[in-house]
Write a protein that binds this ligand. Structure first.
Ligand code: CO
Ligand code: CO
Length: 316
């Protein structure tokens, strides 16, 4: 399908990036994104926070600053207590306030299945847009949140996770990528995306596709929720992880010592995951240090961009 475009579209549908970007003037561009889903945690207030953090994340992944948002609500008003919806929206609004974003509208419909999310609008300088497909040889890859939320959420649904683990992972999903985005804005970053449904290796595959370059990932360095690794070794893997693997396995080569459980967590679909940043090699150490100093304590350098194997990910 061919979609109409114009000369001010900086990132459009053809790029399949985290958000659309449209030039307003020589020093201002608009970022637009939308995301909504069914509840991923039981607590309505936390679900609202996570949905908002997740929707905002795509603006941060483009190197932008979110400014306004609108609610998207589908609610089974005949079967569900309206106070549940109020808690969800309160969670969303509180997360937006934390991000310095104002809610300016929204729309709700009656639906048999509850869904909530937001459309978010942000700003970026047209010369500072961070697309996902712009890896350069010698770049270092930094990931800002640990992996494993999909696996842990599966364990939560199966009643296997402790209250402490549930709370820890809920907090992780509700955490904004704001600080990470603000810190990387003063460094020479070439490409960025946020890790969500396709898992780390799925999103990395998107970055590598068409780059003519390769990527080396150090599996042992990739931050992972420890319990997610345990559950993965017990075979507790969400269906989405298998889908991600089947879709992208031709692009990924694992060194033999990389254990099965590690491989599964690398494909685990994330909700509101961290930023995956490709930074100019010489600045990566400094960027990592700045991230940690500003409170992004989980940030780790997980790999590097190399000349070859071309458009392949080598996990060692
Ligand atoms: Co995204
Ligand atoms: Co999105």
């Amino acid at each position: 399908m061919v979609f109409p475009t114009d000369e001010n579209v900086i990132v459009g549908l053809d790029r399949a990036d985290d958000a659309g970007v449209y030039r307003i003037s020589d020093d201002l561009a608009l970022i637009q994104t939308v995301d909504f889903f069914t509840p991923i945690v039981d607590d309505p207030y936390w679900f609202g926070q996570i949905a908002a953090a997740n929707a905002l994340s795509d603006v941060y992944a483009m190197g932008g600053v979110p400014k306004t948002a609108m609610n998207l609500v589908a609610f089974p008003i005949k079967e569900m207590d309206i106070t549940i919806l109020r808690r969800i929206i309160q969670g969303g609004v509180d997360k937006l306030s934390e991000a310095g974003v104002v809610l300016v509208g929204g729309h709700s419909i009656e639906d048999r299945e509850l869904k909530y999310g937001l459309s978010v609008t942000g700003f970026v300088h047209p010369q500072r847009v961070l697309v996902k497909k712009n890896l350069r040889e010698g770049d270092r890859l930094i990931l800002t949140k640990p992996l494993g939320t999909g696996i842990v959420n599966t364990a939560v649904k199966a009643g296997m996770a402790s209250a402490e683990l549930t709370a820890r992972v809920t907090n992780l999903m509700a955490a904004l990528n704001r600080t990470a985005a603000e810190v990387m804005a003063s460094f020479d970053v070439h490409a960025c995306t946020d890790v969500t449904g396709f898992g780390l290796l799925g999103h990395l595959s998107e970055m590598v596709c068409g780059s003519g370059l390769g990527v080396r990932v150090f599996a042992g360095r990739v931050p992972m929720i420890p319990e997610a690794l345990e559950y993965a070794s017990m075979g507790l893997i969400p269906a989405g992880a298998y889908k991600n693997r089947d879709f992208r396995e031709a692009m990924v080569a694992f060194a033999e010592p990389v254990e099965r459980a590690h491989r599964d967590v690398l494909f685990d679909p994330q909700t509101s995951g961290g930023l995956l940043i490709s930074s100019q090699g010489g600045q990566a150490t400094e960027l990592l240090e700045a991230l940690k100093q500003n409170g992004v304590r989980d940030a780790v350098e997980i790999g590097e961009v190399i000349a070859g194997p071309e458009e392949k990910i080598w996990v060692i």
